[in-house]
Ligand binder design. Structure first.
Ligand SMILES: Nc1ncnc2c1ncn2[C@@H]1O[C@H](COP(=O)(O)OP(=O)(O)OP(=O)(O)O)[C@@H](O)[C@H]1O
Ligand SMILES: [Mg+2]
Length: 329
């Protein structure tokens, strides 16, 4: 049985439209106008137990709405979902105990009290036996380096410290499924890296299933072999990150510094020259030809430094949007 099974899931929001001004507010008391917002449209996918999947899309594409349905916070308009064998919106306690939804821009911690007191509260809510609680807390404090943060009121923690405490609170009951909505938002690069390492470690150690949204492509390329891309509520792509990269980023960039000037026409033999200024140049080289071309460059030109770069994943996804997307592999 897949950890998540989604079939033809749709969510249409109905929002009342008010005419501007006081008169408009008065009128709308009697005659409400509604507008419908199709946030998620006919989305289907399966996620296997233990998989790490990235959920990508532009602002307003429907990612958070989907995660809210999968965690039972929202009823779908149509369609079905089975999450860990449960229908999420029935909100069975047995279901609630097996997953966690973490939203990067919201907190489940109590603001005025130290995080460790929220942890205790979660122990009660999730009915975690004392021995398990102690073991889990020790492990989390260690993994997330939370030693210095536990007894300080949450409102006094830095954003990064709070995010780590947030993850600890969400994971204390060892959920089998993590739904993470922008877990690295607002964090500096060092802290982002720590959060990613933690997610990966948790996934590996407990075979936990992870579905995460992010606008940060490092999250995606470091964590998610598989991605789902949603655009305007519709699933545009479901497949390997690698095949998207190969299809929409067939080139790599080679940047070389030379000990003297080189002639652009000579460099063209290696690859398409994007820039050749003084003693350094940038070339576009087919991905599968990179090592041969690099060797040729090194042997024929006075190279003092050479770097090879990937096309940024944002750019890859942008090209996929433009191409209209394709499902598969
Ligand atoms: N409670 C709501 N009532 C009305 N419309 C809503 C509601 N929640 C979301 N929407 C609309 O549904 C669409 C999808 O929103 P959603 O929050 O799922 O996007 P998202 O992919 O998470 O975007 P972001 O990357 O900005 O977080 C948007 O058009 C949004 O305005
Ligand atoms: Mg969102």
């Amino acid at each position: 049985m897949p950890a998540i099974e989604v079939r033809n899931l749709s969510k249409v929001f109905r929002v009342s439209e008010k005419e501007p001004g006081l008169g408009g507010a008065f009128k709308s008391l009697f005659r409400r106008k509604f507008r419908t917002v199709p946030a998620v449209s006919d989305v289907s996918f399966d996620i296997k137990e233990g998989e790490l999947v990235g959920f990508l899309g532009a602002n307003g594409a429907g990612k958070t709405t989907t995660l809210k349905m999968l965690s039972g916070l929202l009823h779908p308009t149509t369609g079905t979902a089975s999450v860990l064998g449960f229908e999420p919106w029935k909100r069975k306690p047995a279901f609630q105990k097996q997953f966690s939804l973490v939203m990067g821009h919201r907190t489940q911690l109590w603001w005025e009290i130290p995080a460790q007191e929220t942890f205790r509260l979660n122990q009660e809510i999730y009915e975690i036996p004392e021995a398990d609680y102690k073991r889990n807390i020790d492990e989390l404090v260690d993994l997330l380096e939370l030693q210095d943060c536990l007894s300080i009121p949450v409102k006094k923690l830095s954003l990064g410290q709070r995010m780590k405490a947030e993850l600890a609170a969400a994971i204390l009951h060892r959920p089998k499924l993590l739904l993470l909505d922008e877990p690295t938002i607002g964090l500096d690069v060092v802290m982002q890296k720590k959060v990613r390492q933690f997610i990966l470690e948790y996934n590996r150690r407990y075979k936990a299933t992870v579905l995460l949204t992010s606008h940060n492509m490092d999250d995606v390329s470091e964590l998610c072999p598989r991605i789902l891309i949603i655009e305007r509520g519709r699933l545009l792509y479901d497949g390997a990150l690698r095949s998207v990269v190969e299809r929409y980023a067939p080139f790599k960039l080679m940047r070389a510094d030379f000990s003297g000037d080189v002639v652009t026409a000579d460099l063209e033999r290696i690859g398409k020259v994007l820039e050749n200024r003084g003693p350094s140049a940038t070339l576009e080289v087919p991905r599968h030809d990179v090592s041969a071309k690099a060797a040729e460059l090194l042997s024929r030109f006075p190279v003092v430094d050479l770097t090879i770069e990937e096309t940024p994943v944002q750019e890859v996804v942008r090209r996929l949007f433009i191409a209209g997307g394709k499902s598969g592999a």
